[in-house]
Design a protein around this ligand. Structure first.
Ligand code: LMR
Length: 396
């Protein structure tokens, strides 16, 4: 069976982490995978999460299977975190969710559900989008199409082109929208633009599938959920894949959620049976540990306040690093304007340099970023910023 199997190239994002680790250059800089880093370059465990882990360890008295949707008190807390406690879709009983193995697990199960409801459905993804969206959604059998999103010359969302494309989409098409902190560009929709997208989706019978992987790291916990909240008020049905990797720092614990909104509680219940059945056919039930930590944090007011403060601190630091990088490039007389970096949200920015220049940064300076020139801003620090800015200028 394996006679003819060929080795695949490394993953375009995760492969960078391995290459970085193997690089002996002490000046190396990792701007690859989207993981938060502190001043010392480590990805810390949240203090609130560590405390939740201590409590859970004392409380957990069995390792028996959990139910397919996961913990009920995880699901109710995450639904309210995403939609806000008083959202009309929640009050109407139209929302269901399950714990999932990370945002990837949620995206994949959601894609399988779509394919079950309407095989070969078309899902429109932003151009560009996260490198893993296409394989994740495509492997479930969905047809992938694109809508224009980012204009590399203005370093901003091309909203006119985006809305024109969405207005031309066929009824029943899915639209993948980044809830906040667009990956890979950091260019987000403004509230009025979300309102307009929700109206287009409602008018055109499009079904939004939101990927919300960075809630709290853009502008704030509620601000970052503006889009999903307005969509869930405006359209009859939608899906949302949630990740707790970044905003709880639970990357390797693989915890996320798949949330669905349908027109009636009965349809949502029916969809939930399919979600559970799809998960049963892949991994049976979600891993429990990360969900236990998240529910412990969210359902304890003091721990939740501590967690919120930790996320706020990360967000503020990322904003500071954006300014640090842009200002240092200016100070060193970069031949281009990099002020746009300050106007973006979340961990990512597109530097707008060519693939060849990205390769030179890697081979000549041991600076690692995705080939598209996506950088993880959290990898910038006061210690490496002069070296980094100098290297960028020298390849320009
Ligand atoms: C990223 O975009 O770098 C992160 O979401 C990590 C990943 O899985 O790709």
């Amino acid at each position: 069976m394996f006679d003819s199997i060929q080795k695949l190239p490394p993953d375009p994002i995760l492969g960078l982490t391995a290459a970085f680790e193997n690089d002996p250059n002490p000046a190396k800089v990792d701007l690859g995978a989207g993981v938060y880093k502190d001043e010392s370059g480590t990805t810390p465990i949240f203090k609130s999460v560590k405390e939740a882990e201590r409590r859970w360890e004392q409380q957990e008295n069995t390792k028996v299977y959990i139910s397919p949707p996961g913990f009920a008190d995880f699901n109710s807390a995450i639904q309210k975190l995403i939609l806000g406690a008083d959202h009309p879709a929640l009050a109407a009983g139209r929302v269901r969710s399950v714990m999932a193995p990370g945002g990837c697990g949620a995206l994949r199960v959601g894609a399988e559900l779509i394919n079950r409801c309407k095989a070969g459905s078309t899902i429109r993804v932003s151009r560009p989008t996260w490198a893993n969206h296409v394989p994740l959604l495509g492997s479930a059998g969905l047809r992938i199409a694109e809508y224009p999103y980012y204009d590399g010359t203005t370093h901003a969302v091309d909203f006119t082109a985006m809305t024109r494309a969405l207005e031309g989409a066929a009824k029943g098409d899915l639209v993948l929208l980044h809830g906040c902190c667009h990956n890979p560009t950091g260019a987000d929709l403004k509230p009025q633009q979300w309102d307009a997208v929700a109206q287009i989706a409602a008018r055109g019978g499009l079904v939004p599938f939101v990927d919300l992987a960075y809630q709290g790291l853009g502008e704030g916990m509620d601000q970052d959920a503006y889009g999903p909240r307005v969509l869930a008020r405006t359209v009859p049905e939608m899906l949302l894949a949630y990740s707790c990797s970044k905003n709880f720092g639970l990357y390797r614990d693989r915890i996320g959620a798949l949330l669905i909104v349908s027109p009636t509680p009965g349809q949502s219940d029916a969809a939930l049976t399919h979600i559970n059945n799809i998960a049963r056919g892949i991994y049976s039930m979600p891993p429990a540990h990360g969900g236990a930590l998240v529910k412990t944090v969210l359902n304890d007011p003091a721990l939740r306040a501590q967690w919120q403060a930790e996320v706020d601190g990360m967000r503020r630091r990322i904003h500071t690093l954006r300014a640090l990088l842009a200002d240092t490039l200016k100070k060193l007389n970069a031949p281009r304007d990099f002020e746009f970096i300050k106007r973006e949200y979340g961990m990512f920015s597109f530097l707008g340099v060519s693939k060849e220049q990205v390769q030179r940064l890697r081979t000549e300076f041991s600076i690692y970023m995705v080939d598209s020139s996506r950088v993880n801003i959290a990898g910038v620090s006061p210690i490496n910023v002069d070296y980094l800015a100098g290297a960028i200028i020298s390849v320009l």
